[in-house]
Design a protein around this ligand. Sequence first.
Ligand code: SF4
Length: 332
Amino acid sequence: MRLTPYYASLIMPGAVNDPVLLQCVPTGEMIDNVGEEIPPVAADHSPARLIDQFYPRVATIKVTNMCGMYCTHCLRIAHIGKKDRIYSKKAYQEALDYIRSNPGIRDVLITGGDAFVLPNDLLRWILQELDQIEHVRLKRMGSRIPVTTPQRIDSELLDILEKSNDQKPLRVVTQINTAQEITFVSRETFRQISKRVSAVLNQAVLLRGINDTRTKMWKLCETIQEACVRPYYVFNCSYRNPQFSHLRVPVAVGQDIIESMYGNVSGDAIPRSIATAGGKIPLHRSNVQGRAGNDLVLKKPWSGEEVKYPDASEKDHSSGDFSFKRYIKCSR
Ligand code: SF4
């Protein structure tokens, strides 16, 4: 568990299953449900140190395994927080050499952990190196720090982002899951970042009790849009780690929420609903081929391949008895 004093201040005192509390403080379910992590549908592909590459034209550099806070629903939970790591310049150099020697790579994602954990000098150097590689046309930086520790975004970092964006487009990809995470401070931080980069995009996770109703999701998307952040993806919370299965939401609930936004919410505030199962599969009804027991059969639009995707239980989801509500009752 890790959270900053600022992020802790967003928790509403007295709210039992507060949506910020649920994201940062582990509950008994995380012990009760501990079990083997299910391997990803497509094998992890790490062709070089610190590099992940699932798609031929996009490479990811995992520059650290640290974050401003540790999320209870983190897909990388097994790799985050055990031992904090910022790597040697040699390790980053090896990752950059891999990108340099693969001319098919067009878009590079700098992430972790959280990219903005790195000191400004190191971020400046990595961006400068990428900007000098001709076939790299775009960059992205993955960070939840504007939400969890907005004070870290200083004027020097903003200057670094702007300078790199002037060379080749730079986008910042963040994760905001509830409108409660947008405060005067984070709103101002996002506004400042948005003035310096090409786009600020949000990748939310659909989470039980946090953003799993029409009202909550509309409010989230409209609030972040007003903070100059574009709702981009809403991920169905992964089935791969049983530790956070209590936070999962059935696919049909997510489909209903997203479809309800059309005609009611500005088009550029409607995110794409996605399941991760060997690539990002859009959860349009036409991609859901059917159901085999508790598994949905999803079709990958780019290959036609069908994959099984374990769905969350409708019965469990409709029960409000989970996390802090459940454990407080147990202890009485
Ligand atoms: S910020 Fe991202 S990588 Fe870090 S703990 Fe949260 S979900 Fe995981």
